[in-house]
Write a protein that binds this ligand. Sequence first.
Ligand SMILES: [Zn+2]
Length: 483
Amino acid sequence: MRYITTIGLEVHVQLKTRSKMFCACPVEFGAAPNTYTCPTCLGLPGALPVMNHEALRMTVLTGLMLDCDIAEICKFDRKNYFYPDMPKNYQISQYDLPLCTNGRVPLHDLAYPKDAQKSIATPDKEVRLVRIHLEEDVAKSFHFETSTGIDFNRAGTPLMEIVTQPEIASPEEAFAFVTSLKQILIYGGVSDADMEKGQLRCDCNVSVRPETQAELGAKIEIKNMNSISGVRRALAFEIQRQIAALERGQKLEQETRGWDDGASATFLMRTKESAHDYRYFPDPDLVPVKSDVLLPDARARLPELPKQKRARFIRDYEVTPYDAGVLADDLDLAKYFETAAHGSKKLKAIANWILNDLQSALTTAGKTITDCPIPPAAFDELVRLIDSGKISGKQGKEVFAAMFASGKGAGTIVKEKGIEQLNDSGAIEALADQVIAANPKPVADFKAGNAASLNFLKGQVMKLSKGKANPQLAGEILERKLK
Ligand SMILES: [Zn+2]
């Protein structure tokens, strides 16, 4: 029996505003517990919420980036429940009139896990969205040995909830969705979307059904995933668990599960019987919002999106789709590359230096592109020195290493170290004569038609010149002499 998997995701994204959603407390990660609080975000009786307009604009901007319909009017509702992380016993959220509806997230090849990039089931897939609404984050609980501590610094942080259609077909696609979404959010400057800091969290709804069955299987929710690889592993585990249960003839029920990363397994949290009834009603403290006042600003901030940037890189810089993907994957790297390529005629060569030598040097040195010791404009000089034959490609690597170590320009290093390619035909001819005299066997082989022997002889000339001879010129001179 074959089974069909259906996955839908609910992604919570903390917005990168300076202050909280309904009060002026700062939004900052890592401060001492309960230092950024006030009567409003503590949920004290009588405190009144005041809307953060920047959070509304960022949500509209997100909607525009993801091709959503922006509602003309949206409103805030109270979602009622009792829990220590929400002492006023309701969370301000949006129920029937969210700010954004529909929309889609295009999945990029490089957003899939590396081991799955060769076998993408549906290339250029777009995952459609149901809605994006805005709400306030709750406080964070810390469970100690015998007690629980609650930190209200997080309470009231603006939080977007992005809900997909149930049309993700595999754990790998879910991985690609979160990666692609995260990139767009970073491009728009609406969130750093760092899962380790809880700025992006994900609930996964997953069901399996035999391929002969038309209706969806029981919807099982995995709560609060906090890493992209965790999303993939949790879904893979859960799909196998559900298939095994169905194969045993067991009937699956709607339930909520958690993910134990250490044990690599999901566990039961609650079943349908204890599902919440939140009794939403409009928040009487907050007036409905008309989006026409938010749209002009959001439109003005609409960035070039990852997909557009990749297309432009391929068109303007003659790089391969793969290279364009790697460059556009990191906004800082893309900016660095564009600065490096500015005004240069050797775009492809500059892309190669940055993608290969520079990336690997940065990794080895434990640095990122933002603290790269080589200023981007320095690559053009390096490439021109090689292109003009002043230094060889091999010497170029040596110059690059010195640039990385010292931050000095290529020309300065060539001068200081006396690195120069030997282009003097007379001098190379003299070396070629020595090599021919010392290697009668390869010479005879070449004359008998073994073309590969020329490479050996060329290597000997390079060796005699201590790597300084122009290899192309050396080859030409040898060939001429051996005719
Ligand atoms: Zn506050």
